[in-house]
Design a protein around this ligand. Sequence first.
Ligand code: COI
Length: 355
Amino acid sequence: MSYSISIERTSALKQKPDFSQLGFGKYFTDHMFIVEYDDGEGWHDARIVPYQPISLDPAAKVFHYGQTVFEGMKAYKDAEGKVALFRPFKNLQRLNRSNDRLSIPAIDEGLALEALKQLVTIDESWIPTEEGTSLYIRPFVISTQAALGVSPSEKYLFMIIMSPVGAYYREGINPVSIYVEPQYVRAVPGGVGNAKTGGNYASGLKAQEEASDKGYSQVLWLDGVHRKYIEEVGSMNVFFKLADKVVTPALSGSILDGVTRDSVIQLLKYWNIEVEERAISIDELVEAYRNGTLEEAFGTGTAAVISPVGELNWQGERLILNGGQTGPLAAKLYGFVTGVQRGAVEDPFGWLLKL
Ligand code: COI
């Protein structure tokens, strides 16, 4: 099937930032993708245009009721300059699962993929190749109908913007310190915890700010019912190495089905390392720490990649993991996953979509 996407190229290319000092999500490329939805007409007018502000009615539903979803994915360039996307189908499938949960009409994944390919190709010169960098891609949907009744919008915009990025955390690839959140919760069963929607992040800011005041990079959420089972960190899924096996919270409905999470599970199995997806209580982790079997912890995410955790603070007890240093398993996973992404390591799973 062929998709019709019109292209208007910018007449004023932006000056690029220093690719060795990118940080995360601060600079945006020259172009963006946009497609509109109206009840009756469906998705229409797909176009790539110069990156620019958009104009919305102040009554647009997204401002009032938060009917919006987003994705995060990345493009890479290998040593020969060939461009690839990492598992884009998984992200597009998740986008539609989030859409469904937020009562947003499904997007044709074929159209979205074509848009991604064309946009990345047009802005190819924005893909950084420095160690630890990539082109972060942010597809998102907002509800735009100007109406204050609480009901699904009759109009939407689906857009894709892109940003050359370095490490997500200011620690770079060094271990992050995490505060296990005792008071606030992120999600409850039946809620929207497994959808990638802005409200999940807005509602986490207060806890994140308080953790940051105590010197921690992120919070680790516990489940909203028992307040004892590990869920996820603000911007990543989590894994723990307990002696000779690796455990990660099961997809219970209230955590995100991370693409990097799935890739790490595949990889651990490929390496014949036992991996369990199950409920893990904070008490089990503290106990394992005390008896010396909690060897490593690390987070996984598109933005976070594989981020080692050097410390967990639970109610004032500081669990220092692997002496606060990056553990050998996290380092090996980071090397393999980023190696595949950059085309430097063979891709046994067919994760890369080469453009
Ligand atoms: C991602 O890893 O892509 C995310 O969406 C996490 C975050 C930056 C909100």
